[in-house]
Write a protein that binds this ligand. Structure first.
Ligand code: CO
Length: 150
């Protein structure tokens, strides 16, 4: 007689990969509060590309509670933030052609989502990176660290 718990256990074992490949994507969510649901994103250097699945799970319009995801070097954040504001709503508060922006999503309103993919070779070992929301007034609270890891 085969016990259900044994079957479940075997199925669980079979679904394990032989080696644990690191995930090359992460889910990141923000709602009608000025916050992301995580403050750290770790990117394995074994990934060629990395994808951030950004979701605005709130209901507010992007003109009132817009969220985006902008990736920069730590040192570039203040300047990218300020020039993004000058870029204005029409540009999703990211200055077009700003070479300091490593990756950026559109500005999302409630219910919207976007996957942003960037090439991992753009990240340098030992460098500090930060992601933030460039919507006016959000950058101070909506930000986190992104690290390159083995
Ligand atoms: Co925001």
């Amino acid at each position: 007689m085969i016990r259900p718990s044994l079957v479940a256990g075997l199925l669980g074992l079979c679904s394990l990969p032989l080696w644990a490949a690191p995930p090359c994507s992460v889910d990141l969510e923000a709602s009608d509060r000025i916050a992301y649901d995580r403050e750290l994103i770790e990117v394995s250097r074994s990934c060629r590309e990395f994808t951030v699945n950004l979701r605005h799970s709130g209901t507010q319009e992007k003109t009132r509670m817009g969220h985006n995801w902008v990736l920069v070097r730590d040192a570039d954040l203040p300047a990218v933030h300020d020039s993004g504001l000058l870029g204005g709503f029409a540009n999703g508060f990211v200055q077009p052609g700003d070479a300091r922006v490593i990756a950026a999503s559109r500005l999302l309103g409630g219910g919207e989502s976007q996957a942003v993919t960037f090439t991992v070779s753009r990240l340098q070992p030992g460098e500090q990176y930060r992601f933030f929301c460039s919507f006016p007034g959000h950058g101070g609270l909506m930000q986190g660290r992104l690290r390159l890891v083995d």
